[in-house]
Unconditional design. Structure first.
Length: 142
């Protein structure tokens, strides 16, 4: 009987602790939302806005083409993911199922390219994109 009480007491304590941690983690998101809804004259230190003002969102959508940015992100992400899967699947199948001469060293070569940090590839990639005149194009992003 005492074991059951200790477990339930421990689970209540654990649940309370998790609720407090979740509230602390959610606090910056609340602050961001509350601050975005404040009118221009409100104090930034106030926890609650004096009035809900949605004009800030309208101003952002008028100043920045967010719809175009979202479209660009969706298009480049979908095309890049499709190309990644379309190129990786046949290569993975060949490495897994076929017996080819030199398969071991070629597999090591493919894996070694994955260990190169992205920062080391940044300048060569930029030079390649610049030489192909792909700067500011979807092809460069993909």
């Amino acid at each position: 009987m005492s074991t059951l009480r200790r477990q339930s007491g421990g689970s209540v304590l654990r649940g309370t602790f998790l609720c407090v941690v979740c509230a602390l983690l959610a606090l910056p998101f609340y602050w961001m939302l509350a601050t975005s809804l404040k009118p221009a004259g409100d104090s930034p230190e106030a926890w609650l806005p004096s009035a809900l003002y949605f004009g800030n969102y309208r101003a952002v959508f008028e100043a920045i083409p967010l719809a175009r940015m979202y479209f660009n992100s969706v298009v480049t992400s979908l095309i890049a993911a499709t190309l990644q899967v379309g190129l990786a699947l046949p290569m993975a199948y060949a490495f897994a199922r076929m017996s080819l001469p030199g398969k071991g060293p070629l597999f090591v070569l493919v894996l070694s390219t994955m260990f190169v940090p992205e920062e080391m590839k940044l300048i060569p990639n930029f030079l390649l994109v610049n030489d192909l005149r792909w700067t500011d194009t979807y092809a460069a992003l993909i």
